[in-house]
Design a protein. Structure first.
Length: 275
């Protein structure tokens, strides 16, 4: 059975589920934020945080997806790993931008994607066919399904048409370990002097949606995990973005992801990798 025939519903219907659940979980974490934030644990470094709200959001999303789609698998940033039988795996980030959540900075989001196996599309071997990213602080809901375009709060969005790196606003992000950050600094040294400016907004899912909405001209990051990009890379692509990996043989994903309007994205990769 191919991945496509395993879909027992349309990508549009999966997108509606993703948007509904992301909206509900997003409103819940916003409500929880009012009574303060409690850090529950750290992960790859002391700065890689997990809050009680991350856990509650993941629990809520998993419960809702299990109810709506009992035969699907689920992979969640905070530890969920449920195998499915339908061919669809939901990839979820209960709060992307946890550091922003802690500091009450308005750039964090719940990200939910319905994915199918596809070794060629992304480095983690999955491709989103539908997804939603909800930033509850700004009440912005981005959603997309394959072939259906991308929207913000229901209105179609489109990447910018900037073709010149020198005037491009470029988003990026940094990992949590010293080693990774030192590598990222080397790349940043090449890019920063040659673009309009850099934004480190603090949520890769939101960054990629902003590329889709033309509010960042491009984005790149090394070290993202599937839950950081699954839904938002689909939003960006459906809004017209090109997505590239480290080289033409490596699909975008953990090793590197570049996203931007097609006139810019190759030039950005060449600049970042000094080719
Ligand atoms: C992080 C954010 C950040 C990116 C990191 C991610 P988290 O996710 O997306 O912008 O730079 O690489 O790990 O930890 O807030 O879920
Ligand atoms: Ca994340």
């Amino acid at each position: 059975m191919t991945a496509a025939t395993a879909l027992d519903t349309t990508p549009e219907a999966l997108c509606r589920i993703a948007a509904d659940v992301a909206g509900r979980a997003g409103r819940r974490i916003l409500e929880l934020r009012r009574s303060g934030v409690s850090v529950a644990a750290t992960k790859s470094s002391d700065n890689d945080l997990v809050t009680e709200a991350d856990r509650e959001s993941e629990r809520m999303v998993v419960e809702a997806l299990r109810e709506a789609r009992p035969h699907d698998g689920i992979l969640g940033e905070e530890g969920t790993g449920i195998p499915g039988t339908s061919g669809i795996t939901w990839v979820i980030d209960p709060i992307d931008g946890t550091t922003n959540y802690l500091y009450d900075l308005p750039a964090y989001a719940v990200s939910i994607a319905a994915t199918v196996p596809d070794e060629a599309a992304f480095a983690d071997g999955r491709r989103a066919v539908a997804g939603a990213v909800y930033n509850p602080r700004t009440d912005e809901l981005f959603d997309a399904w394959e072939g259906g375009g991308a929207r913000m709060n229901g209105a179609p969005i489109r990447v910018s048409d900037k073709g010149d790196l020198a005037t491009a606003l470029v988003g990026t992000g940094f990992g949590y370990t010293t080693e990774r950050r030192l590598e990222q600094l080397v790349v940043l040294q090449r890019v920063l002097p040659r673009v309009r400016d850099i934004r480190r907004i603090g949520s890769a899912a939101y960054d990629l949606c902003l590329v889709g909405a033309g509010r960042l001209d491009a984005f790149f990051e090394h070290g993202l995990q599937p839950w950081d990009y699954a839904a938002a890379a689909l939003v960006a692509r459906e809004a017209g973005a090109g997505l590239l990996g480290r080289d033409d043989k490596t699909p975008p994903g953990e090793p590197l992801i570049f996203a931007g309007n097609p006139a810019l994205v190759n030039a950005l990769r060449d600049l970042a990798l000094a080719r």
